[in-house]
Design a protein around this ligand. Structure first.
Ligand SMILES: [Zn+2]
Ligand SMILES: [Zn+2]
Length: 346
């Protein structure tokens, strides 16, 4: 066993605090990764605070992990010491069900094993990326190409793939009109990726505060949703809308912005049920959909795509002691656009 420094939540109400955790001995197919950077995702906060059902404490969250391979198990073929690698939201799945066989491990019919808050094959609870090192089976380790800095790469492992996958699935590209609701951690990645794919990109944000950033990151248009006129002006004008907001929004109002056959995809996850009027869908054959991260092969494709085009996340690097402060700032939407923890400070 390897003892590593980490930051853990010990209850739903206590701040995260320094601790140590054990990482398992290397199995034949395991990779030991020295974590360099770990992104802060809104899901980390929901989990640390038991907002998505009861969490088992103590828990180390974090599923946007970028680092360097320290050591590999004897049967590992894909990685060697010194490789730049990442780990996202999953560390394993059943690998046998129909979805796993199709490369859709995120939709594993037996449930994928989450990077934190799950149970690994050895029965031990999984602990995530707010730590100095992690051990992961090679098939769930991603290669981070040289074209991206490790700190800017970390958020790609959740925020990047969460937006890349639906953009690809619904064919964002030249000639398609994509709108992104929300200009936060997920939203800013959706803007960069949709722009890089060649789509015409519109940001729908509460205010125009981040307009300059949005246009700089690749948006062609930027509208405030606090302005009622936005909804009349843009009616029927998008092929795809990616909703990154995890708060409740007026879905009917946004669905009416879709053209015929348009799709609104939810990647944000509000706590309360959403309601949709059937007549927001029927008169234009519209779809309301959801999407969750991406499979392992698709995540690698996304990292390669980003490296080729020089795309990383817009980040603010913080030391571990600022995690609790960063959580408050995430909740206040006061981050441009992702916090990344420097793992040397754990
Ligand atoms: Zn996440
Ligand atoms: Zn499966």
């Amino acid at each position: 066993m390897l003892t590593v420094k980490a930051y853990a939540a010990t209850s739903a109400t206590e701040p995260l605090a320094p601790t140590t955790i054990e990482r398992r001995d290397l199995g034949p197919h395991d990779v030991l990764i020295d974590i360099r950077y770990s992104g802060i995702c809104h899901s980390d906060i929901h989990t640390a605070r038991s907002e998505w059902g009861p969490t088992t404490y103590p828990i180390v969250v974090g599923h946007e992990i970028a680092g360097v391979v320290r050591e590999v198990g004897p049967e590992v073929t894909k990685f060697t010491a010194g490789d730049r690698v990442g780990v996202g939201c999953m560390v394993d799945s059943c690998r046998e069900c129909d979805n796993c066989r199709k490369g859709l491990e995120q939709y594993c019919l037996n449930g994928n094993i989450g990077t934190y808050g799950g149970f690994d094959r050895d029965g031990q609870p999984t602990q995530g990326g707010y730590a100095q090192a992690i051990v992961v089976t090679e098939d769930f380790v991603l290669r981070i190409p040289d074209g991206i800095e490790l700190d800017a790469a970390a958020p790609l492992l959740c925020a990047g793939i969460t937006t890349y996958s639906p953009l690809r699935h619904w064919n964002a590209g030249p000639g398609s009109r994509v709108a992104v609701i929300g200009m936060g951690g997920l939203g800013h990645m959706a803007v960069k990726l949709a722009h890089a794919m060649g789509a015409e990109v519109t940001v729908l944000s509460q205010s125009l505060k981040k307009r300059e950033d949005g246009l700089r990151l690749g948006a062609d248009h930027y509208h405030a949703t606090s302005d009622e006129e936005t909804f009349t002006k843009l009616a029927g004008s998008f092929d795809l809308i990616i909703n990154t907001v995890s708060a409740k929004i007026d879905l009917d109002a946004y669905l009416r912005l879709l053209a015929v056959d348009g799709t609104l995809v939810n990647v944000g996850a509000p706590e309360d049920p959403l309601s949709v009027h059937a007549f927001s869908l029927i008169p234009a054959r519209r779809s309301f959909a959801g999407s969750m991260i991406g499979g392992i092969a698709e995540t690698q494709e996304m990292l390669d795509f980003c490296a080729e085009r020089g795309i990383g996340a817009e980040i603010e690097v913080i030391p571990a002691e600022k995690i609790n402060q960063a959580y408050e700032r995430v909740l206040a939407s006061d981050v441009r656009y992702r916090f990344v923890i420097d793992a040397s400070t754990f």
